[in-house]
Design a protein around this ligand. Structure first.
Ligand SMILES: [Zn+2]
Length: 135
């Protein structure tokens, strides 16, 4: 391995163990940092893969039998979020009913952020709450 060849080289030149250790430390932190960024890429890919698979399964385009429990958990969270979104609409509707429709800025309904559920302003390309791109 190239790293250890270069360390052996260093020892042959009579440099102290301390500098060998420090070279090793530098090299291993370089490798750890690369591992960290690979891990981040891996996590992002796996997460995207999960989303794609879930959507395909929901559309009936993927066999989900092996992942039935996981899919059920995801669906339960999605339904929970649907419920929360409805609740948000109700709160807004109750508020409008109490305050009257005079101060109501936009038409009812509209588009909601898929991430945080905030009502999006017409023509928004990003959620102004959490920054998630729109549709
Ligand atoms: Zn949002």
């Amino acid at each position: 391995m190239a790293v250890f060849d270069s360390l052996k080289d260093t020892i042959n030149k009579g440099v102290t163990a301390v500098s060998v250790k420090s070279e090793s430390l530098v090299e291993s932190s370089r490798v750890k940092s690369a591992m960290g960024s690979s891990q981040k890429k891996l996590d992002a890919e796996l997460s995207a893969l999960g989303v794609k698979f879930y959507q395909a399964w929901k559309a009936g385009e993927a066999e989900g039998a092996l992942f039935a429990d996981d899919l059920a958990r995801v669906r339960a969270i999605e339904e929970e979020m649907d419920g929360l979104r409805v609740r948000l609409e109700q709160i807004k509707a109750e508020e409008d009913k109490i305050l009257g429709s005079a101060a109501k800025p936009a038409a009812q309904g509209g588009v909601f952020c898929t991430n945080c559920g905030k009502r999006l302003l017409p023509g928004s390309r990003f959620c102004d709450e959490c920054g998630t791109p729109v549709g």
